[in-house]
Design a protein around this ligand. Sequence first.
Ligand SMILES: NC(=O)C1=CN([C@@H]2O[C@H](COP(=O)(O)OP(=O)(O)OC[C@H]3O[C@@H](n4cnc5c(N)ncnc54)[C@H](OP(=O)(O)O)[C@@H]3O)[C@@H](O)[C@H]2O)[C@@H](O)CC1
Ligand SMILES: [K+]
Length: 502
Amino acid sequence: MYIVTAKEMYDLDRYAMDEIGLDGRLLMENAGRAVADQIESELSLSDGILVLIGKGNNGGDGFVIARTLLQRGYDVTAVQMVPSSKIEGDAAYHRKLLLSMGYSFVQYDGQESLEKLCDQNSIIVDAMLGIGVKGEIRSPYREAIQTVNASPTHTISVDLPSGVPADEGVEVNQAVKADRTVVIQYPKLSAYFQYTATFYGEWKTVDIGLPAPSQHKRSFYGKAQVQSTFPTRNSFSHKGKHGKGLVIGGASTMPGSVGLTSRAALRGGAGLLTLATVPSVIQALASSTLEATYISLQDLNGYILDVKGLDLSYDGIAIGMGMGRHEEAVQVLQKVLQKASCPVVIDADGLYALEKDTSILDDRDGPSILTPHPGEMAHLLGVSIPELLSKPFAYTRSFAEKHHVFIVLKGAFTIITNPEGEQWVTDTGNPGLAKGGSGDALSGILLAYIMQDQTIGDALCNGTWIHGYTAELLTAERHSEHDLLANDIIEGLAQTYRTLSL
Ligand SMILES: NC(=O)C1=CN([C@@H]2O[C@H](COP(=O)(O)OP(=O)(O)OC[C@H]3O[C@@H](n4cnc5c(N)ncnc54)[C@H](OP(=O)(O)O)[C@@H]3O)[C@@H](O)[C@H]2O)[C@@H](O)CC1
Ligand SMILES: [K+]
């Protein structure tokens, strides 16, 4: 499923009309009917439906929805928000069709009468503003949005909650808080931002017959993608075929993180796993992480001092977990990035060390994978967290393209970006993952997957999806969002693999 900007949606619309010959009026008919089908699944014939119709094509969809539901015998009140003279093009065609079929609408007549209509009906269909919204919301929508939001009546928005822009970097000053949104064809960027996603309520897309974009820019990555890309194992494979991974990190006061990463890599499917760390961490972990082998690094006050002489010929490396923020960490990271030619996952304190000089990424031989949470990404970019979160797709894409790296920007919606700027979004997981250690476990899973037979992009998407899905499975059964630990995720991978038949 593609994720589009307003411009990409308009380009597709134009392509469908000019090149393919799909009539805009037909697309609007498809859109309105598809939304009506969705709404109908929630209705009984006794329900009153209020359809709020704006000036543009979102309002055009509203005319089709009103006509379709009227034809099916429902009690519909259609309210046109602007004078008829302002309605043009395809929307005017569908407005006329509604009237020609013997139905009617009422003209918006101020907040007070709208308030009454909201109270009298069981469902509000918000078809006021769509992807064409720009700037501060003006009258009459401003007042209508206030009225809709003040009403307890169940609200279903068409394409977008009116007032929410499609794109990133645009402030929402006033918008409908929908209970549900029926999205036309492809989700828009704003369905995935922390600041705007909540306006959508639950949402679902409907197909209106538009073609797919000619070029991949962004898409949703879900269960179907995991199941079609996850590598299968053949009966003749041996441990060397499943990747020889190296984890570098840990400090005497933080032994757990690299332990979690190592065990997650092994449970994730790595064939062989070596942990390079300070002697005290080896002592702490050796009896619990039996399947790993260990390399003892030079230690200074409990931190890794150097990686001199460390063999870096592995299939994949993960660096930074619990490594500490001491001065020497910067050289440790730089040496590993310079000398290793395999894919390297950089996480946690590794990202902190990277901040000192991101140009080190530019001349690497092998792929680099950064796994920041928003705070770490904002630091790397030198912007505030709210600024990053207002444009997460644009910021991560520009950094990935500039430094030729993969980025996994972690969050309720995780955005995975490859060095060419292509992006994927995964949405699995829950607040149970907001706990120390879950990032370490994710790094281990990603390390395991980048060493398997799949593209790095797929490996990162599969890893984040499975990490989140495992949390969902666990909280649905044995655990809650309060008690879930990173260790539970690692142990829970078994159930995930079995449930998905991977
Ligand atoms: N493939 C497709 O694309 C398809 C799209 N379809 C549908 O069309 C929708 C997009 O339609 P659209 O382009 O007409 O935009 P839309 O948001 O309905 O209205 C824009 C009008 O609103 C106004 N306005 C804007 N900002 C404002 C503000 N701040 N405050 C107040 N008013 C404001 C402004 O009018 P103005 O006031 O400037 O005269 C502007 O002209 C899309 O979301 C989907 O539902 C489907 O039917 C089929 C296929
Ligand atoms: K809308």
